[in-house]
Design a protein around this ligand. Structure first.
Ligand code: PGA
Length: 267
């Protein structure tokens, strides 16, 4: 996997003026990147604004969540088709904040993953253990069962149309990133679980690391064999920090090409 993928997760931050300033601060760097695909996931109400600001650039947009339903009387929900209609390429699925604060279950996450694919979006499946689970030695088991829920729902061929983000809950927003070794270990475990189903596909699925990535630790994390990019929260709200993270991912190994799997329409 040569071309890295870096996704900004703005969470529930921003307003129109700040969004325009942030994108304006990022574009000089993002437009010069060589071998990295960047995507920005703003809050849903700002998707159209950010899409407009990124028009004519190679930067993609994504959403932070979607409904598992296609359409209907579901007040307040947003469907995958609506996100695709707004120009989204990616959608986060099963972020730990959705799981822990909004009660999303493994089964619901699996349905959302399937709904995203049905809408032609690339789902970014977030997996990760809590600090208690890690201390109890259950990291692999937790991540394995979160992954299995989606595999059971869609199968390996469909799962391989998505992206996986390993995000240890204890590292999210805490400033305490996983060490490169810890992250690599978890990524290797995920890669091996996928390889048990389909070895050829497993090596092509992008595995992102997320959890307190910043301008200082990004290069070392991205240098790990099984880390194909990052999902960036807090540091994506600062133009200088996010620019530096994207540059750290820009290995220059290969130019972004038409057959880069991240650019393919997954439908
Ligand atoms: P963080 O968040 O970079 O602020 O730790 C990552 C995420 O939640 O996706």
């Amino acid at each position: 996997m040569n071309n890295k993928l870096v996704i900004a997760n703005w969470k529930m931050h921003g307003h129109q003026a700040a969004n325009a300033r942030l994108i304006g601060g990022l574009l000089p760097t993002l437009e010069r990147l060589d071998s990295v695909q960047v995507a920005i996931c703003p809050p849903t109400p700002y998707l159209a604004q950010v899409s407009e600001l990124l028009a004519d650039t190679a930067v993609a947009i994504g959403a932070q969540n979607l409904s598992e339903r296609a359409q209907g009387a579901y007040t307040g929900e947003v469907s995958g088709q609506m996100l695709a209609d707004l120009g989204c390429r990616y959608v986060l699925v099963g972020h730990s904040e959705r799981r822990s604060l909004f009660g999303e279950t493994d089964a619901q996450v699996a349905m959302k993953f399937e709904a995203a694919l049905a809408a032609g979006l690339t789902p970014v499946l977030c997996l990760g253990e809590s600090i208690h689970q890690r201390r109890a030695g259950n990291t692999n088991a937790v991540v394995g069962s979160q992954l299995k829920a989606v595999l059971d729902q869609v199968g390996i061929e469909q799962l391989a149309k998505g992206v996986i983000a390993y995000e240890p809950v204890w590292a999210i927003g805490t400033g305490a990133s996983a060490s490169p070794e810890q992250a690599q270990q978890a990524h290797l475990h995920i890669r091996q679980l996928l390889a048990a189903h389909a070895p050829a596909l497993a090596s092509r699925i992008a595995l992102l690391y997320g959890g307190s990535v910043n301008a200082t630790n990004a290069a070392e994390l991205f240098a790990q064999h099984d880390i194909d990019g990052g999902l960036i929260g807090g540091a994506s709200l600062d133009a200088a920090c996010f620019s530096a993270i994207c540059q750290a991912a820009d290995t220059g190994a290969l130019p972004v090409s038409a057959d880069n799997i991240y650019n393919k329409d997954p439908a």
